[in-house]
Design a protein around this ligand. Structure first.
Ligand SMILES: NC(=O)c1ccc[n+]([C@@H]2O[C@H](COP(=O)([O-])OP(=O)(O)OC[C@H]3O[C@@H](n4cnc5c(N)ncnc54)[C@H](OP(=O)(O)O)[C@@H]3O)[C@@H](O)[C@H]2O)c1
Length: 250
């Protein structure tokens, strides 16, 4: 028996249309899971699906920042053995330029939707006893600061705080919840951040800060997610799994 196998498990991956979430969906399928793919863009979800092995995967697009979409998703989902939340957006904005609408937007996508969807899944008994929830957080905000994207930092700190409380509250129901805190993984989110900041403010400068001398890949993060979804981690809850090429050592 392979304790890391996801055979027979049904796993929801939110943020599956791109980057880390796409890598997680593909890797979960390789490990035997039936995957439910969520994001807003159906075409990009189809692209993810086309790269997946196995059968029985489903596409359920919706905008997680909209209450009616969340409720429809929670109703439509089958019983789950796991959920990986990889949906998230960046926000580059100096503190003096904050406005309520933009602060609410990033909180809505990066943490509020996670809290509300978890609540719905628990209420509707969609998470089976023994299930595992994995929240993709970040080292930024959860462990280190970063100027210029402090609202993003705030949401990732909130993800880790919520995860700790939820792990305690849901343990009696046999539901585990952990976070993964990635370092820099070149994906679309960095292009978005660079577009907003109007400069290449990440990749070149950052590589120097990674002791293992490379940036991350979606697969690096997916392998951590597989561990946390699988029975190999059945005694692990409330943990921050840092996957960062040694970045936090500096
Ligand atoms: N890349 C990094 O260096 C890095 C480092 C640390 C943490 N992270 C975290 O990792 C997660 C994934 O990031 P990524 O790098 O893979 O970024 P990405 O390639 O931009 O992917 C973001 C995903 O979030 C989905 N999404 C955004 N808003 C949504 C909404 N309102 N409703 C539903 N889905 C939504 C997008 O799907 P649609 O566009 O189809 O809606 C997309 O699938 C994020 O939480 C990010 O903060 C990334």
């Amino acid at each position: 028996m392979n304790p890391f196998s996801l055979d027979g498990k049904t796993v929801l991956v939110t943020g599956a249309s791109s980057g880390i979430g796409r890598g997680i969906a593909i890797s979960c399928a390789e490990m035997g899971a039936k995957v439910i793919l969520n994001g807003r863009n159906r075409e990009r979800l189809e692209e993810t699906l086309s790269q997946m092995s196995g059968a029985g995967h489903l596409i359920m697009p919706c905008d997680l920042s909209k209450q009616e979409d969340l409720e429809a998703l929670a109703d439509a989902l089958p019983e789950l053995h796991g959920w990986v939340n990889s949906a998230g957006i960046p926000k580059v904005c100096p503190i003096k330029h904050f406005n309520r609408e933009e602060v609410e937007e990033i909180f809505n996508v990066n943490i509020t939707s996670t809290m509300l969807l978890l609540s719905m899944l628990v209420k509707k008994k969609k998470l089976k006893r023994g299930s595992s929830v994995v929240l993709i957080s970040a080292v930024t905000g959860a462990f280190v600061g970063s100027k210029g994207d402090t609202s993003y930092c705030a949401t990732k700190g909130a993800v880790n705080g919520f995860m700790k409380g939820a792990a305690l509250e849901l343990a009696p129901q046999g539901i585990r919840i952990n976070s993964i805190n990635p370092g820099l993984v070149p994906t679309n989110i960095l292009n978005l951040a660079n577009d907003i900041a109007g400069e290449e403010h990440h990749t070149e400068i950052m590589l120097d800060k990674y002791p293992l001398k490379r940036l991350g890949t979606p697969e690096d993060i997916a392998h951590g997610a597989i561990y946390l979804l699988s029975d190999a981690s059945s005694w692990v809850t409330g943990t921050n799994l840092v996957i960062d090429g040694g970045y936090l050592l500096n």
